[in-house]
Design a binder for this molecule. Structure first.
Ligand code: SF4
Ligand code: SF4
Ligand code: SF4
Length: 321
């Protein structure tokens, strides 16, 4: 994470001055030192609010769906995973490429705040700042500076990230990062579950999904969950009741998993937003793995490549019809 906040601020200021953007979506300091929050700018006067650091977890691409509400070109800061969801939005014609100015930042991992506090044995109020220190995070606490190995405290998606450098951008701030040294097996979490019997899998998912309160935060935060009218909100026909039981919860999660199949870029936002701590990435990673093995397909890489479940070829098997 060698790009600094100052570099982001200077670059965005110039974009405003040159009249290349009318708005910018980035990050600013949050309510405590372990949080950043999305930041929306309308002028270069306020770029000093912008920050870029190992806490910038939010995938800001979801906000591009509001492009139609503003005039002009909108600038946005994207990490590798976020850029892949921009690719998916372009594929689905949810945004127009010439309305967006993409500022890419190579990313060497985002901190999982809860893991960090557990490893250091401190509370949120003890953290003053978190910086990137190469293979470790440098954490300034009230007691002094501590160094924590990244692998101990990275977010789950960052431990398996194959695209730390944005795949699409108009300007890249900093040097591209070809790969992250700790990434080995992208699907170890999925393999563990695949080895269970059908009954054990059912027990596992029933246990996890029975905790779901159907707040829909996972859907709302997901950049590729972007239907103008979601079937879960429809009253007629009503696809899902309001009842909060395991059968309705299973239907919700299975439908959503298939709706994001071939579009999910493993940004981890759904899991991060879930107030019940449900391991949603495990479900989406299973679908991702199957699409890779069956179709050689990876989402969010190429604007011209259609997801396998949305295209039909004359030679496709059709015994199921
Ligand atoms: S998944 Fe990759 S690009 Fe996204 S935050 Fe983690 S390391 Fe950065
Ligand atoms: S965010 Fe969590 S609790 Fe809310 S609907 Fe999604 S899985 Fe359920
Ligand atoms: S399903 Fe979750 S991990 Fe996948 S794109 Fe949506 S928010 Fe990101």
């Amino acid at each position: 994470m060698k790009t600094s906040s100052k570099e982001v601020q200077d670059s965005v200021k110039k974009l405003f001055e040159d009249g290349r953007i009318s708005h910018f979506i980035g990050y600013e300091a949050g309510s405590d030192s372990l949080r950043v929050t999305p930041c929306f700018l309308k002028s270069g006067q306020t770029v000093s609010r912008l920050v870029w650091n190992p806490l910038c977890a939010n995938n800001l691409a979801k906000y591009l769906l509001d492009l139609r509400k503003v005039e002009g070109k909108v600038g946005i800061l994207v990490k590798g995973c976020d850029s892949r969801s921009v690719v998916e939005l372009l594929k689905e014609n949810q945004i127009e490429r010439d309305r967006v100015f993409i500022v890419g930042v190579p990313c060497s991992g985002i901190v999982d705040g809860e893991k960090l506090l557990a490893v250091l044995g401190i509370s949120p109020g003890d953290v003053v700042a978190v910086e990137d220190g190469g293979d470790a995070f440098l954490v300034t606490t009230r007691e002094g500076k501590r160094r924590v190995r990244k692998e101990q405290v990275l977010r789950g998606e960052c431990l398996v990230c194959r695209y730390p450098t944005p795949v699409i951008y108009d300007v890249l701030l900093g040097e591209a990062i070809p790969s992250l040294p700790w990434v080995r097996d992208d699907y170890s979490l999925v393999r563990e579950l695949e080895e269970l019997s059908a009954e054990e899998k059912a027990r596992y998912w029933n246990r996890e999904l029975s905790q779901c309160i159907r707040c829909y935060a996972c859907r709302n935060v997901c950049p590729v969950c972007n239907c103008p009218e979601c079937i879960f909100d429809k009253k007629a026909p009503r696809w899902l009741s309001k009842a909060n039981d395991i059968s309705e919860n299973l239907v919700y999660h299975l439908i959503r998993a298939f709706h994001v199949a071939g579009k999910c870029v493993d940004c981890g936002e759904c899991e991060r937003a879930c107030p019940m701590g449900i391991p949603l990435r495990r479900l989406n990673k299973k679908v991702e793995k199957d699409l890779l093995e069956l179709f050689g397909y990876t989402a969010g890489i190429d604007v011209e490549q259609q997801p396998p479940l949305t295209k039909y070829q004359v030679g496709d098997l059709d015994e199921f019809l």
